[in-house]
Design a protein around this ligand. Structure first.
Ligand code: SF4
Length: 177
């Protein structure tokens, strides 16, 4: 039987959702027998591959680069999962929305900087005017709230999807009970 091709993606998030994924602990060994992790910050593949079965997306869409990336990922993924509150609602990254990009960059890179205050012109991706949850840019199939979702919840979601079922999260909390 062929393995399920699973990817995980890190957009504008703190990596806490990926840490929670790793907290699955020894159950990762169970998953390893039935999935191929084809793209993730946890492995060293540079390009998002074609024909991915399930992609877990951590983080909101904050930059032009995030937006281009999620559109490409959507085209190449059968089931897209918004993993965690940043992906589901915008959460922490969206706190900058009422302030606006210009004042944020000014505060971070210019105000009170004694040595070489300057706005970034390379390496830092161009920011979108507003941080957006994932579903405002592409179709999302499954929503997994929590900041972060518990390891138990993530394992439940992945196991259900591997079994060909839609996970029922109605009675689960971020603590996975
Ligand atoms: Fe971090 Fe919480 Fe956002 Fe996950 S949902 S990336 S844990 S801030």
């Amino acid at each position: 039987m062929s393995k399920t091709r699973l990817a995980t993606v890190w957009l504008d998030g703190c990596s806490g959702c990926h840490m929670s994924f790793l907290d699955i602990d020894d159950r990762l060994l169970d998953l390893a027998g039935v999935i191929d992790l084809v793209y993730s910050p946890l492995v060293d593949f540079k390009e998002f591959p074609a024909e991915v079965d399930v992609t877990l997306v951590e983080g909101a869409i904050s930059s032009v680069e995030d937006l281009e990336k999620i559109k490409r990922i959507r085209k190449q993924t059968k089931l897209l999962v918004s993993l965690g509150d940043c992906a589901v609602t915008g959460n922490v990254p969206s706190l900058r929305n009422p302030v606006g990009v210009g004042p944020i960059l000014q505060r971070v890179y210019m105000d009170d900087i004694l040595l070489y205050p300057q706005l970034p012109s390379q390496v830092v991706p161009e920011l979108l005017p507003q941080v957006r949850p994932v579903h405002t840019a592409v179709k999302v199939d499954i929503y997994v709230p929590g900041c972060p979702p518990s390891a138990d919840t993530i394992f439940y979601v992945v196991a259900e999807l591997l079994a060909g079922r839609v996970p029922d999260l109605a009675h689960r909390t971020r603590f996975g009970v």
